[in-house]
Design a protein around this ligand. Structure first.
Ligand code: NAD
Ligand code: DAU
Length: 332
């Protein structure tokens, strides 16, 4: 058995990664390290039962990380503060968890010669013009816009430095926007779905022209496994479905799929510094590692996600009120 440490495994992508791994890669023995911030839910791992070990703890806790790393063959590092709006309101936790947390893991991983995969985001590259066919590539210079993306950019450069200077066996991936089950209701798609489900109107920032490349979380996690098993040490891989949509388009499609009028939403003040468009050129992972996204049809993936929120109110109901109270303070 290969001993895998999954940081942030009680969050959205991390919990889906655990379920994906148990189903498709049973040779891994999984241990999750997660401090259960407002975004971490032990319940997201309920379907895994006792097939995994769960450790509640902080990636900044050097003693704990040192002990866990001693019994680990491969780390998949998802843990992070992940929400742009929160980072604009209170950047400190982002600097701490995303930068200091990654540093703490890297130091322990190099002491124990542990294989390291770092999960990152397309937001490190900044944004692209709305009306162009430009895409980010593995060579695009970093140009982050928000405290969140700046903290992720910092963590990426730390990983690259540990590869070059200390010979750490690490790879990196920068994925586009994910959607799917177990995503916190603060994020765009689940916020709108759950607004409809509780009888509130969805909220669109500004005029909704901003474009994101929506990738199903299972496709992201399948890509991560390909990198862990076949990726070149020191390399970065961009991941993205290729399906670019404006926020307005996503919202109107969601409303249609939920049998609402397509214009049944409110426009709210825009996010400061709002990135216009993200788009990844994922040719490298497709050609070198054979990654093919299975969720080719975003409408079908969205319908499946709506269904999941409809049937899993037990999971999201408790988050909803506090999340909307925070948005009300931000005026969004
Ligand atoms: P999330 O906010 O849903 O989950 C983050 C998890 O990390 C939570 O369980 C939280 O409790 C845990 N965590 C935070 N700080 C911690 C700390 N100091 N110690 C231990 N655990 C801690 O985030 P997500 O959307 O699942 O994102 C996971 C990773 O993927 C992040 O690194 C993010 O930058 C990256 N990413 C996300 C997306 C996306 O669309 N959501 C896209 C590309 C990359
Ligand atoms: O691109 C990858 C990134 O995608 C990840 O690194 C981040 O962790 C993840 O949160 C996500 O960042 P975004 O800022 O793109 O996602 P968010 O869900 O917050 O918003 C998506 C778009 O929808 C964005 O243009 C803002 C807009 N939006 C968001 C919310 C919450 C709205 O119009 N209304 C809303 O209520």
């Amino acid at each position: 058995m290969t001993r895998m440490l999954v940081t942030g495994g009680a969050g959205f992508i991390g919990s889906n990664f655990v379920h994906h791994t148990l189903k498709h890669h049973p040779a891994y023995e999984i241990r999750v390290l997660d401090s259960l911030t407002y975004a971490g839910y032990r319940e997201s791992l309920t379907p895994a039962g006792d097939a995994i070990e769960f450790v509640e703890g902080d990636i900044c806790d050097a003693d704990l990380v040192e002990r866990l790393m001693a019994g680990t063959d491969v780390v998949v590092h998802f843990a992070a503060e992940s929400h742009v709006d929160r980072s604009l309101h209170d950047p400190e936790p982002f600097i701490r968890s995303n930068i200091m947390g990654t540093f703490t893991l890297l130091e322990a991983a190099r002491r124990h010669d542990v294989r390291f995969h770092h999960i990152s985001t397309d937001e490190v590259f900044g944004d692209l013009p709305l009306d162009s066919d430009d895409k980010f590539t593995e060579e695009t210079p970093y140009n982050p816009s928000s405290p969140y993306s700046a903290s992720k950019a910092s963590s990426d450069t730390l990983v690259r430095a540990w590869v070059r200077s200390f010979g750490l066996r690490a790879t990196l991936s920068n994925c586009a926007n994910n959607y799917g089950p177990f995503q916190h209701v603060e994020k765009f798609i689940p916020r709108q779905i759950t607004n409809v489900l509780v009888g509130d109107r969805p909220k669109l920032y500004g005029d909704g022209v901003n474009v994101r490349e929506w990738t199903h979380v299972d496709d992201h996690n399948a890509a991560v496994h390909l990198i862990i098993s076949g990726g070149r040490i020191g390399d970065t891989y961009l991941i993205g479905s290729g399906d670019e949509r404006s926020n307005k388009d996503i919202l109107e499609t969601t409303l249609e799929l939920m049998y609402q009028e397509r214009d049944a939403y409110d426009r709210v003040p825009d996010r400061p510094g709002h990135d216009l468009r993200y788009a990844n050129d994922s040719t490298k992972i497709r050609t070198e590692l054979g990654w093919v996204p299975e969720y080719g049809d975003l409408r079908a993936g969205l319908a499946q996600t709506i269904d999941w929120y409809r049937h899993n109110e037990w999971w999201w109901k408790a988050q909803k009120e506090g999340t909307e109270a925070t948005y009300a303070l931000l005026g969004r």
